[in-house]
Design a protein around this ligand. Structure first.
Ligand code: APR
Length: 247
């Protein structure tokens, strides 16, 4: 087994409170493109579609793009081995929580339960005025979804650029980062704050950092202690095999 994977396995086995911090990269092998880098969504779509002000000004235009990116496409995605290994590690008590930037619900679908969705989740649509929520899957998105209480245009329950982080997710993520003595970063460029400030915050509190990514990120040269270069599914399966050999 690769020496660095061995070191990562030992850290995971001996840590008291391990958390995972995941980005779009963990879902790439489920068929969901990342936002940045090769085939990144932001190279095909204008991020402005997810600007809160623009959404309110041009809801029809914005919904056309949102539907295409997040509902027509994401809807079919299934958890991959990286999501499944994280869920297995949670069951074994080796991972205490997952802080995810992803809105694709794949951690939950894989069986993980202590999941803090830093950017919300695409599962529900929410009324910006009366907070009424409806299930996206049960809504015909060929029409602009309207709130049946106040007829406002519904928006996906994930955060747009210019929108605040869901309070509960933020609070739990900061608490987890304070307690963590190990952070496993999987598939993030680390370019979007405040999400990307969570791993450095854990590091400041004494945590070790393992990073899994085929490319270097803004974490690699700054806070990462063990960089495991590779795809999330391959590296996470190696880690699980290494753990199984030791316990
Ligand atoms: N396994 C692991 N990592 C991968 C894989 C893979 N198979 N394929 C790509 N990656 C890595 C890329 O190298 C890159 O570092 O995943 C990362 C994807 O980066 P981004 O698309 O920037 O994703 P993320 O860091 O999650 O973006 C943060 O930006 O647009 C906002 O709200 C959106 O949550 C998102 C945030």
């Amino acid at each position: 087994m690769d020496e660095n994977v061995q070191k990562a396995v030992d850290l995971i086995l001996y840590s008291e409170y391990t958390i995972a911090f995941t980005g779009a990269g963990i879902s790439v092998e489920s068929g969901i493109p990342p936002f940045r880098g090769e085939n990144g969504l932001w190279s095909k779509y204008d991020p402005n579609a997810l600007d809160l002000g623009n959404f309110h000004l041009n809801p029809v235009e914005a919904w056309k793009v949102i539907k295409e990116i997040f509902y027509d496409f994401f809807g079919e995605a299934k958890p991959n081995d990286a999501h499944l290994v994280l869920a297995e590690l949670e069951k074994q008590g080796l991972v205490k929580a997952i802080i995810t930037q992803n809105i694709d619900n794949l951690h939950y679908d894989a069986g993980s339960r202590e999941v803090y969705e830093f950017h919300g989740n695409s599962r529900m649509l929410v009324c910006p005025y009366c907070d009424k929520k409806v299930v996206a899957e049960e809504t015909d998105l060929n029409y602009i979804p309207l709130c049946d209480k106040c007829h406002a245009v519904l928006k996906p329950d994930f955060i747009f650029f210019g929108e605040g982080i869901p309070e509960e997710a933020y609070k739990k993520s900061v608490e987890a980062a304070q307690k963590a003595d190990l952070v496993i970063i999987i598939g993030s460029t680390g370019e979007v704050v405040p999400a990307a400030s969570i791993p450095p915050f854990a590091k400041q509190n004494g945590a070790k950092v393992i990073e899994i990514n085929p490319e270097e990120s803004s974490f690699t040269g700054s806070i990462t202690d063990i960089f495991l270069k590779g795809k999330a599914t391959e590296v996470m399966k190696e880690i699980l095999n290494g753990i199984k050999q030791k316990i």
